[in-house]
Design a protein around this ligand. Structure first.
Ligand code: ATP
Ligand code: MG
Ligand code: MG
Length: 552
């Protein structure tokens, strides 16, 4: 496609390679295994793995697993699956911050020995209250001047499990009056008697994110540590830890704007809430903005990578229109999804002059342009399903589909004319009677007469019944966080986000495998659900409609 934009991180790296700061590039993607990855993570994955590839460097997959309480192997496995699905291969470069616990502990000991860290025995609340505010400095802990020996003794005993959670905490000794609150003696290690999903009960003290992250980067030889803007203030601590410990050469942190998307939430905490409160069927519910959700919905990794390249990488926060992601998806699916016929709101048509028992077999191309995509045979008979919306009893001028006395083309088959409308007692249309012109076989007429509409159809006796799940936006507002007093974002859930209908699709789809993506002509892109579809009982998810609402 277009030339890759030299976004600011690419510019920084170019400069470093030019001026010899670095002669290689090493990045990492550092998820915490406390939830499933979402579309925001895709931006970070594409950025970090993309930089690794572009510069012939490396990108590590690092599990930032320093908080035992919320983490789990289920999440580790799902993260690996999602990164692989997006198209990135970390090879041997899979790491866990928990593998560095001993090293990180030793660095903490070194800081104590340097007089740069101390054990504080105040409560969490006291520590919070003495941190000061943006405008007022904090105050010193009464334990701040403990001797190195006393600190070493206490820290050793913290590790040995002699104390309860919260009894002590190891803090960096920096500056309680620092204008950047992050530097006011931040916590480095805390006591947490919890079983870790990898280290089990080997540890009862765990390093804080700010301490573990910079050291993990340094241990792995990361050159450019890219993260989202909310860590901007933490950069000073990142630098303080590495510089105080004299680690050189060392990684540096660069912050970019996180991805925000209209009409959805990109925060694991909120997504967990949707799952736990049962608003969705699970992390991979096709309405979820998780990678497993959109994968099940039928989104492709190609569309997602294209999207991530198009949105770019900037330093200022913004919200991207979800329609852009759908636009990228349609572009990708348009070029590859086979075209098939399916009717999702069926209305029966009987062709009165078509002989009973006769079947025409039409060979139809899977692609309008690409002959190599091949063809399949679609049966046509006296009774057909058409789309209920394709008929109007009293059609307005601009309606070019079927109406009483009107002639239309049935895709690849024949011209038909509606002769009679049959209703039930309540007045609902239950069936149409039509005639066909045998001279229009294949869907065109030798006499050159024109029909305005072309409609899709499925032969009733040959039709494959299928459940089709029609999805709409999960939230009714562009910003789901906009709520009334006393509500939370779930108040903005769209009650109509899932509609399940009984559809009829062409018989060739009987062999479609889970995950198979196709276009139901005129309706949209659909894929066979990977969870609920079964042989003979197919379930299709509507991936996206055909109408593109992306305004350039
Ligand atoms: P959440 O806020 O959803 O809990 P997180 O940042 O806590 O996400 P991590 O597992 O720590 O989740 O994220 C791994 C990486 O992905 C981090 O470098 C983080 O900055 C990045 N990331 C998370 N959310 C986004 C987003 N919306 N846009 C871009 N990058 C993101
Ligand atoms: Mg995080
Ligand atoms: Mg988080």
């Amino acid at each position: 496609s277009e030339d890759r934009v030299r976004h600011f991180i690419r510019q920084i790296i170019d400069e470093h390679l030019d001026n010899g700061t670095w002669d290689h590039v090493a990045t990492r993607f550092p998820p915490e295994p406390n939830g499933y990855l979402h579309l925001g993570h895709a931006k970070s994955i594409c950025l970090n793995f993309g930089l690794g590839q572009e510069y012939n460097g490396t990108c590590n997959l690092r599990f930032d697993d320093t908080n035992p309480v919320k983490e789990d192997v289920e999440y580790v496995e799902s993260i690996k699956e999602d990164v692989r699905w997006l198209g990135f291969d970390w090879g041997e470069r899979q790491f866990f911050a928990s593998d560095y616990f001993e090293k990180i502990y030793q660095y903490a000991v070194k800081l104590i020995e340097m007089g740069k860290a101390y054990v504080d025995s105040q409560t969490a609340e006291q520590i919070r209250e003495t941190r000061g505010t943006l405008t007022a400095p904090g105050t010193h802990s009464p334990y701040r001047e403990r001797s190195v020996e006393e600190n070493l003794d206490l820290f050793t005993r913290m590790r040995a499990g002699e104390f309860k959670d919260g009894e002590h905490v190891l803090r960096a000794k920096i500056d309680m009056a620092h204008p950047n609150v992050v530097l006011r003696d931040p916590a480095l290690f805390r006591i947490r008697h919890a079983t870790h999903h990898r280290t089990g009960d080997a540890w009862c003290i765990y390093p804080m994110y700010d301490f573990a992250h910079c050291l993990s980067d340094a241990i792995e030889g990361i050159t450019h540590s890219v993260c989202t803007l909310e860590f901007e203030n933490n950069r000073a601590l990142y630098d303080w830890v590495l510089d105080t410990l004299g680690i050189a050469p060392r990684p540096r942190q660069y912050e970019f704007a996180r991805l925000n998307l209209t009409g959805t939430v990109l925060s694991k905490r909120k997504l967990i809430q949707l799952v736990q409160e049962g608003h969705v069927s699970g992390w991979d519910d096709p309405r979820m903005p998780t990678l497993s959700g959109i994968r099940r919905r039928g989104y492709t990794p190609e569309a997602l990578r294209d999207f991530c390249e198009r949105i770019g990488v900037a330093k200022a926060d913004s919200t991207v229109d979800f329609a852009l992601l759908e636009h990228c998806l349609r572009e990708d699916l348009n070029s590859r999804a086979p075209r098939v016929l399916g009717v999702i709101n069926p209305l029966k048509v009987v062709i009165e002059n078509y002989p009973e028992g006769q079947v025409d077999e039409f060979e139809m191309p899977y692609s309008p342009e690409d002959e190599a995509a091949g063809t399949r045979t679609v049966p046509f008979s006296r009774e057909l399903w058409i789309e209920r919306d394709d008929f109007m009893e009293d059609p307005p001028k601009k309606f070019f589909r079927l109406g009483p006395g009107r002639e239309v083309r049935l895709r690849f088959a024949y011209y038909v004319t509606c002769t009679e409308v049959i209703k039930d007692e309540s007045g609902e249309i239950v069936e149409l009677r039509c005639t066909y012109d045998p001279e229009t076989k294949g869907g065109w007429s030798k006499d050159g007469r024109k029909v305005k509409g072309t409609m899709h159809w499925v032969s009733v006796p040959h039709a494959l019944p299928a459940e089709v799940r029609l999805y709409d936006k999960l939230f009714t507002k562009d910003n789901p966080m906009e709520v009334e007093e006393g509500q939370d974002f779930t108040a903005n859930l769209n009650p109509e986000s899932l509609k399940s209908v009984q559809a009829y699709v062409e018989p060739s789809l009987a062999t479609a495998e889970p995950g198979f993506i196709c276009q139901f002509e005129r309706l949209g892109y659909f894929c066979v659900d990977t969870r609920d579809s079964a042989p003979g009982k197919p379930v299709f998810n509507r991936t996206v409609t055909l109408r593109d609402s992306w305004a350039r």
